[in-house]
Design a binder for this molecule. Structure first.
Ligand SMILES: [Ca+2]
Ligand SMILES: [Ca+2]
Ligand SMILES: [Ca+2]
Length: 296
C-alpha cells in the first residue's frame, strides 16, 4: 500500500512535469532567441505537446451475427480477434508499469448497438469494500454511487467527438464487485461538489451491461490474487452529448482512456504525463472505429 504513493496523481504530476517542463522550456528558449512568444503561442505549444504521441487503436467491428456474452469471461471468440491496448503504462511517465501494484490491458470492439470493453486487471490484493451508504457514509456520493476510485476499479473515460477538449465527456468505473460509478462532465472535472459530490452529472446513466470475475479472493489480503476481469457492453445511446454519429461511422475517431486503479492511483493505456489528472482528455488515446477486416 505504501508504494502507491509513488504513482498517485500528485506524484505523477511532479515527476512528469519535469519531463514536459523540459520540453516546454526548451521551446521557450528557442522562441526567446527569435522573438518573445505571445501567450497564444505558448498555449499552442502546450497543446502540441499534450496531443502528440497519444496511442491510436483501430477497433474493428464485430462480424455480422457475432455476439459477446457479458459474463466477465474473456473467452468469447470475438475477443481473440479484438483490438488490444497492450499493457497499461505508468500514468506519470509513460514507462513500464511492471513495478506498480496494479496493471492492466483492454480489448475493445463494437457493433451497431454498443461498444464492448474487456479490461483485465492484474492486482495481487483485490479489494471490493463497498457495502452500503448507511454503513459507509463517506464512501458514497450524495446520489448514492460508490466512490469506486478510492479503492480498486477499472475506469473508462470517453470524449466522443474525438477532439480531446474535455467538453461533454464521460466517466465509467466498474469495480471488482461489479459496482459502477458513472457520470458526465461539461468541462474538465466540472461540475463537481466536494467532498461527497455529485461529481459531474451523476444522473447520466449509460444503461450499460457489465459482469466481473475475480481471480482470487476479494477483501482478503492474506493471500495473493491474480486480479479481475471486467466485461461491459456500453450502448451508443448513452452518448447523447458529443458523439457525431451513433453508432459511429467507420473511420470516426473518438478519444478514450482506460485505467486500472487502486486507491485513486493507477496505470493507464495513454499516460497523462503530468498534464493534469485522469480526466485530461487531450491525453486520451484515439480510438478509430473501423469496419470488419476482410483479410481473414
Ligand atoms: Ca464474455
Ligand atoms: Ca470533445
Ligand atoms: Ca485476496
Amino acid at each position: 500500500m505504501r508504494n502507491l504513493r509513488s504513482y498517485l496523481p500528485v506524484a505523477a504530476l511532479l515527476s512528469a512535469s519535469v519531463v514536459s517542463g523540459a520540453c516546454v522550456g526548451g521551446k521557450r528558449r528557442l522562441d526567446a532567441e527569435e522573438q518573445p512568444p505571445k501567450k497564444e503561442d505558448k498555449l499552442a505549444t502546450n497543446d502540441k505537446l499534450a496531443n502528440h504521441d497519444v496511442p491510436t487503436l483501430r477497433v474493428e467491428k464485430l462480424a455480422p451475427g457475432e455476439k459477446i456474452v457479458i459474463d466477465g469471461k474473456g473467452d468469447d471468440k470475438a475477443w481473440a480477434m479484438a483490438a488490444s491496448t497492450g499493457p497499461f503504462v505508468n500514468v506519470g511517465t509513460g514507462g513500464s508499469a511492471e513495478s506498480l501494484p496494479v496493471k492492466g490491458s483492454a480489448n475493445i470492439t463494437w457493433d451497431d448497438d454498443s461498444m464492448y470493453v474487456l479490461i483485465e486487471v492484474k492486482d495481487p490484493d483485490v479489494v471490493g469494500y463497498f457495502t452500503n451508504p448507511e454503513l459507509q457514509p463517506k464512501d458514497w456520493t450524495v446520489t448514492g454511487q460508490p466512490m469506486t476510485w478510492t479503492r480498486d476499479t477499472a475506469e473508462i473515460m470517453i470524449d466522443p467527438d474525438g477532439d480531446g477538449d474535455n467538453k461533454n465527456y464521460y466517466e465509467i468505473q466498474i469495480n471488482p464487485q461489479n459496482k459502477i460509478f458513472h457520470s458526465q462532465f461539461d468541462t474538465r472535472n466540472f461540475p463537481k461538489t466536494e467532498p461527497l459530490g455529485p461529481f459531474g452529472h451523476e444522473d447520466w446513466d449509460p444503461k450499460l451491461t457489465s459482469a466481473v470475475v475475480v481471480h482470487g479472493t476479494m477483501d482478503n489480503p492474506s493471500d495473493r490474487d491474480e486480479g479481475y476481469t471486467v466485461e461491459a457492453a456500453i450502448p451508443w445511446s448513452a452518448f447523447e452529448k458529443g458523439a457525431k454519429n451513433r453508432p459511429p461511422k467507420p473511420g470516426d475517431s473518438w478519444r478514450m482512456n482506460f485505467y486500472a486503479m487502486k486507491n485513486n492511483g493507477g496505470t493507464a493505456w495513454s499516460p497523462i504525463l503530468g498534464l493534469g489528472n485522469f480526466h485530461t482528455a487531450r491525453r486520451f488515446g484515439r480510438v478509430v472505429w473501423v469496419a470488419k477486416s476482410t483479410k481473414d
